[in-house]
Design a binder for this molecule. Structure first.
Ligand code: AQP
Length: 340
């Protein structure tokens, strides 16, 4: 059967498992805005609260963080009239499709997920069943809209591959090219922003050390202090980007500067080659404050009116459901479930 044409549509999300980091901002948020502004795709962006509760979240914090992330989306440039902005739990079709996918995906596929291994660690018997099934819910987030493209950071590549495996198996099992084989959109110098304390670990909002990350809510002094204390090696910056290959901490700071300035790391190296850390780090902090300061201020302004944020999320959820409901209905019918 010929593959149906799918509407060019983008879906991506961020978990309200803490405040946003510079990694989320550069690896995800700025790219969400670029795609929206390009106008080539219908865009759906969600705060994935059901994913956040796969590990314990204090209920009051979860509510506040969900609003904070919605505010950050808008402060960074997501326009809720051009994109559909919502929180995942208000669109029950995500969880309903996820159940079908729990029955399609195989245990072995899930066990291979590095995020599961990292987050469950040695204590996997105590991890929630939801954490194990997380990638099936993520596949449902994407496929409930027949999304054709998903902008994500490098860390999500494996989950995207699993989404493609689930779509392929579903289409094969039920004999129809029903779900698109979604393409990841990964790239740019900051596709993987690393921890400021360990250049081999990604910057993460749930890292126990606040010094490992820049938060979108950090003020100028805190940002300067965190970069000043960021781990580096003693050598100055070399002449070429290639020469940073085995210097993960140094390379990370150059990548961050490139991401903030929207330049290639090679172009940045042309400007900072030979600098010592005493010169480079304050400059990096200055650029970060200049870029993020206005976003943080706008985010704080929006958060002062939680009722308005909730209204926007509710409106987005209603629009999202208009797309999701007929796709879920068709998926149920393909599986043989009666929906009268
Ligand atoms: N360090 C990063 N560099 C580049 N991109 C990143 N992303 C996350 N960290 C980095 C991208 O941000 C989007 C949203 O991620 P998420 O919140 O859904 O989950 P995550 O990837 O697990 O992010 P965190 O910050 O590490 O959250 P916790 O600590 O709760 O697990 C995704 O597109 C991701 O690629």
């Amino acid at each position: 059967m010929a593959e149906p044409q799918f509407t060019p549509r983008v879906l991506s999300g961020i978990q309200p498992s803490g405040g946003l980091t510079l990694g989320n901002y550069l690896g995800a948020l700025t790219r969400f805005v670029d795609i929206q502004d390009a106008g080539t795709h219908e865009c759906l962006y969600c705060v994935v609260d059901l994913h956040a509760i796969t590990v314990w979240q204090d209920p009051a914090d979860l509510t506040a963080q969900t609003r904070e992330i919605a505010a950050a989306f808008m402060a960074a440039g997501i326009d809720p009239t051009r994109s559909i902005l919502f929180n995942q739990s208000q669109v029950p079709e995500h969880a309903q499709l996820a159940w079908l996918f729990n029955c399609v995906a195989r245990m072995g596929w899930m066990r291979r997920m590095t995020q599961w291994k990292d987050k469950a660690g040695k204590n996997s018997e105590e991890a929630s069943l939801g954490l194990f099934a997380y990638p099936a819910l993520m596949a449902a987030d994407i496929l409930i809209y027949h999304a054709t493209h998903v902008p994500v950071g490098e860390d999500q590549r494996q989950h995207l591959e699993l989404t493609r495996d689930i779509a392929t198996k579903f289409n094969h099992d039920f004999g129809r090219e029903f779900f698109p084989i979604t393409e990841p959109v990964i790239g740019g110098p900051a596709a993987r922003v690393m921890s400021l304390r360990d250049g081999t670990k990604k910057m993460s909002k749930s890292d126990p050390s606040d010094m490992s990350r820049i938060n979108l809510s950090d003020d100028a002094d805190t940002i300067a202090q965190k970069f000043r204390k960021a781990r580096t090696d003693p050598d100055p910056l070399p002449q070429t980007y290639d020469a940073l290959k085995d210097r993960p901490e140094a390379r990370n700071l150059v990548d961050i500067l490139a991401g903030l300035q929207g330049k290639s790391p090679e172009a940045v190296m042309g400007e900072v080659a030979g600098q010592g850390w005493g010169q480079f780090k304050p400059y990096l902090a200055e650029v970060a404050v200049e870029t993020m300061g206005p976003i943080t201020a706008e985010m704080n302004r929006l958060m002062a009116d939680p009722g308005e944020i909730d209204r926007i999320l509710g409106d987005g959820a209603a629009r999202a459901r208009e797309i999701a409901a007929p796709i879920l209905k068709d998926a149920y019918e393909l599986v043989g479930l009666i929906r009268s």
